[in-house]
Design a protein around this ligand. Structure first.
Ligand SMILES: C[S@@+](CC[C@H](N)C(=O)[O-])C[C@H]1O[C@@H](n2cnc3c(N)ncnc32)[C@H](O)[C@@H]1O
Length: 323
């Protein structure tokens, strides 16, 4: 894999600034979900995607396994594939293998997690007609880089799988898709994998498994603040909570304080006090209906080219074309 890293100021400084902003907000305290994915978080996410309760990954994978040939038949050549938040890229293999059209195709995973990029290169590095150029960047910065390196005549296929779009609240999801669209040219494509609304207990279990892996994934955010910002959060005094917000149709992950407590975060230049029962909100996962997806596409100037739905675990793969 060729690796391109973002020239950022100081990532610890940025992390400290975001932690400070989120924990000093009036009202609900928050931490950005992107910080869940450090070395430990990315490894834990891999385990989550194999858990019986977390049907999303298997549904996404089934759809790609069954329909990759048909999806690829709708794609132009030559093509460059850019995947936003690829994670380990395991299920992307089906699509990349189906892209064997007698010429090399560039595959560009875009990730903030160095660990995820390394896993992705290991996972997909053996596909002969694919060359991997990894971007250790934020989603849109990475996509702009891919677009900047576009060769004459090449179209871009953006993959945004695993229902990661659901981490954006509405209307931030439309705003984000509009930004993607602005980076693309007419005829470029976006394959969007989204989890569909289903019975609340089933959705809750997916974010609160019996083994406690999702709880560890969530608590690791405080552990990361302890490691990177020299803080002293007592992890045993927080518990993982998954709840359904009916207004936003999202599963929210929170960290609930078991008692009144104060933690020091020296590298963020602050102390934070939380009362008993108070929560820190760490992630949202919005659940869509099929009409929602068409509205989302229209509002961001994409046209729907095809949609495939998994019946076992309602989940949709939607192929959009930039208008
Ligand atoms: C929910 S996981 C999904 C992984 C994979 N696409 C899948 O479907 O299993 C989200 C991935 O996006 C990455 N990520 C989160 N926020 C990001 C950001 N702002 N820019 C780039 N990558 C990000 C994380 O590191 C993580 O690997």
């Amino acid at each position: 894999m060729i690796l391109r890293q973002a020239v950022t100021a100081d990532p610890t400084f940025e992390f400290a600034a975001d932690v400070r902003a989120g924990l000093t907000r009036s009202g609900q305290k928050e931490l950005p979900s992107k910080y869940l994915y450090d070395e430990v978080g990315s490894a834990l996410f891999e385990v989550i995607s194999a858990l019986p309760e977390y049907g999303l990954t298997r549904a996404d994978e089934r759809l790609l396994r069954r329909h990759s040939a048909e999806i690829v038949s709708k794609l132009p050549t030559p093509l460059v594939v850019a995947e936003l938040g690829s994670g380990s890229g395991k299920k992307t293999r089906y699509l990349l293998e189906a892209l064997d059209r007698g010429q090399q195709t560039r595959y560009c995973p875009i990730e903030i997690s160095h660990t995820a990029l390394t896993m992705c290169a290991r996972e997909l590095g053996d596909i002969e007609h694919i060359s991997i150029v990894g971007f250790e960047h934020e989603y849109l910065d990475g996509l702009r880089e891919v677009a900047r390196h576009r060769q004459t005549g090449e179209q871009i296929l953006v993959l945004f799988l695993g229902s990661t779009i659901g981490n954006f609240d509405s209307p931030a999801d439309v705003k984000f898709l509009r930004e993607i669209r602005r980076t693309l040219q007419p005829g470029d494509l976006l394959l969007l994998g989204t989890d569909l609304i289903k019975p609340i207990p089933q959705m809750l279990d997916a974010y609160d498994d019996a083994l406690g892996v999702t709880a560890a994934f969530n608590l690791n955010l405080l552990a990361r603040i302890n490691r990177d910002l020299n803080a002293d959060f007592d992890l045993a005094q927080f518990e993982h909570e998954a709840r359904f917000n009916p207004e936003t149709r999202s599963i929210e992950m929170h960290l609930r304080s078991r008692r009144k407590q104060t933690a020091r975060i020296p590298r963020a230049g602050m102390n934070v006090s939380v009362s008993e029962g108070e929560t820190i909100w760490t992630e949202s996962s919005h659940k869509y209906s099929r009409p929602d997806l068409l509205r989302l596409a229209m509002a961001s100037n994409f046209r729907c080219e095809g949609q495939w739905v998994d019946e076992e675990w309602p989940f949709a793969e939607t192929l959009l074309i930039a208008g």
